[in-house]
Design a protein around this ligand. Structure first.
Ligand SMILES: Cc1cc2nc3c(=O)[nH]c(=O)nc-3n(C[C@H](O)[C@H](O)[C@H](O)COP(=O)(O)OP(=O)(O)OC[C@H]3O[C@@H](n4cnc5c(N)ncnc54)[C@H](O)[C@@H]3O)c2cc1C
Length: 322
C-alpha cells in the first residue's frame, strides 16, 4: 500500500517538476505511515534510475523499452497499467505536465479509476488523505478524498511542492521490461512542439522581477528591465502589461500565462489578483513593492515595501550596483 511517484524525463533530462512530485510522494508516504517508490519510463534510463537510487525510497522502477523512447499515450498507458497492476501502489502521483495531462485520464480510466488533477496541497487526518485543488481560476479551494479501492491517481500543480525537500537515502533499482509491441501503439510521435527561438521559459527561472499596471506606461518598462538586469533576473509581467503589448505574452505570469516557481519573485506594481497569484505562489520568496498597503499581494509576500515604485526601484538598482 505504498505511494508511487511516476517521474518525467525526456532524452535523459528530468522534467523540473519530477522532483517536486518525488518530494510530495516522500512527504505523503511519511504522513500515511507507508513507503514511497519512484518509476521512470523510457529507453536508456539507467543513469536516471541510479540518480533516484540515492533518494529515500523503497524502490526505484526503471521501465525500460525501445517503444518508450518517444512518448506515446498508448505505450505509456500500457506500460504503467501493467506495472501498477503488478506492484500495487495505493496512491500514484504525477507532475501535472502537458504529457501527464495527455495520458493520465486514459490510464486511470483503463484501470476503472478517476484521477484528481492539478493538486495544490494535501493533509492527512486520522490516516485519511485529503487533496486540495482549485476551482474557478483559483477562487475556490475544494477538498477531495478518494473512496473505493486503490490505486488512486493524482497529478500535482507546478510549484505546489518543493523539489529541494527531497530526502536523500538509498533504494534498490528494479529493471522492468513492459510487454509492449508496435501493434499496441496507434500513434506515431512527431517532432516535439518547440516554442519560437525568442520564447522564454519562465518556469525554469530562479529569479524573476515581475511588473504590473503600477508602471503606468510602456515608456517606464526599462526601469524594471534595469532592476531585472541588476539582479540577473528574468523579466515577467501581469496580464494587463502583456495585453497592452508592453511586453510579449510569453512573459505573462498567471492562470492564463506561465506558472513559475523561482527562488525569488519580485512583484512591482502588481495588486495580487487571484489569477496572478495562482501563477507565482510557488515562489520560495516573494518581495512586493506597492504603494497601497492594503494590496492583496502583501498577503502572500515575505517582504513588502509600501512605497512608490518610481522611488523604490531606482534606489534598489543603485544599491544592487554598489
Ligand atoms: C479569466 C481571467 C484570466 C486572467 N489571467 C491572468 C493572468 O494570467 N495573469 C495576470 O496577471 N492576470 C490575469 N487576469 C487579470 C487579473 O484579474 C488582474 O486584472 C491583473 O492581474 C491585474 O494586474 P495588475 O496587478 O498589474 O494591475 P492592477 O490590479 O491594476 O494593480 C496595479 C497595482 O499597482 C499599484 N501601484 C500603482 N501605482 C504604483 C506606484 N507608483 N508604485 C507602486 N505601486 C503602484 C496599485 O496600488 C495596484 O495594486 C485574468 C483575469 C481573468 C478574468
Amino acid at each position: 500500500m505504498s505511494v508511487l511517484a511516476v517521474l518525467e524525463q525526456r532524452g535523459g533530462q528530468w522534467h523540473r517538476m519530477s522532483f517536486e512530485t518525488l518530494a510530495a510522494a516522500q512527504q505523503m508516504a511519511e504522513e500515511l505511515g507507508t513507503t514511497a517508490s519512484a518509476a521512470v519510463l523510457g529507453h536508456g534510463v539507467d543513469a536516471l534510475a541510479k540518480e533516484l537510487a540515492a533518494k529515500r525510497l523503497d524502490r526505484v522502477y526503471a521501465l525500460e523499452h525501445e517503444l518508450l523512447k518517444e512518448y506515446t499515450p498508448d505505450a505509456f498507458t500500457l506500460a504503467l497499467a501493467e506495472h501498477i497492476d503488478r506492484s500495487k501502489p495505493a496512491l500514484v502521483l504525477f507532475p501535472h505536465t502537458y504529457q501527464v495531462r495527455d495520458f493520465l485520464p486514459k490510464l486511470a480510466t483503463r484501470l476503472d479509476r478517476i484521477a484528481v488533477s492539478d493538486v495544490v496541497a494535501h493533509r492527512v487526518e486520522g490516516g485519511t488523505l485529503t487533496l486540495v485543488r482549485q476551482l474557478f481560476q483559483g477562487k475556490v479551494n475544494v477538498d477531495v478524498c478518494f473512496s473505493g479501492a486503490a490505486p488512486h491517481f493524482a497529478s500535482l500543480q507546478a510549484g505546489a511542492y518543493r523539489a529541494d525537500r527531497v530526502v536523500a537515502g538509498s533504494a534498490a533499482v528494479e529493471a522492468v521490461a513492459p510487454a509492449l509491441s508496435p501493434s499496441g501503439i496507434r500513434t506515431r510521435p512527431g517532432e516535439p512542439f518547440r516554442e519560437s527561438q525568442r520564447a522564454v521559459d519562465l518556469s525554469a527561472a530562479e529569479l524573476i522581477v515581475s511588473v504590473g499596471r503600477g508602471i503606468k506606461e510602456a515608456g517606464n518598462i526599462p526601469l524594471i528591465e534595469n532592476l531585472a538586469k541588476a539582479l540577473g533576473a528574468e523579466l515577467a509581467a501581469s496580464r494587463p502589461i502583456c495585453d497592452a503589448g508592453w511586453l510579449p505574452m510569453e512573459r505573462q505570469v498567471g492562470s492564463s500565462g506561465q506558472t513559475v516557481a523561482p527562488k525569488l519573485y519580485m512583484a512591482v506594481g502588481i495588486s495580487g489578483a487571484i489569477q496572478h497569484l495562482v501563477g507565482m505562489k510557488g515562489a520560495r520568496t516573494v518581495v512586493a513593492i506597492n504603494k497601497d498597503a492594503d494590496a492583496p499581494i502583501f498577503e502572500i509576500a515575505d517582504y513588502g515595501i509600501v512605497g512608490d515604485l518610481f522611488q523604490v526601484v531606482p534606489a534598489l538598482i543603485d544599491a544592487l550596483k554598489k
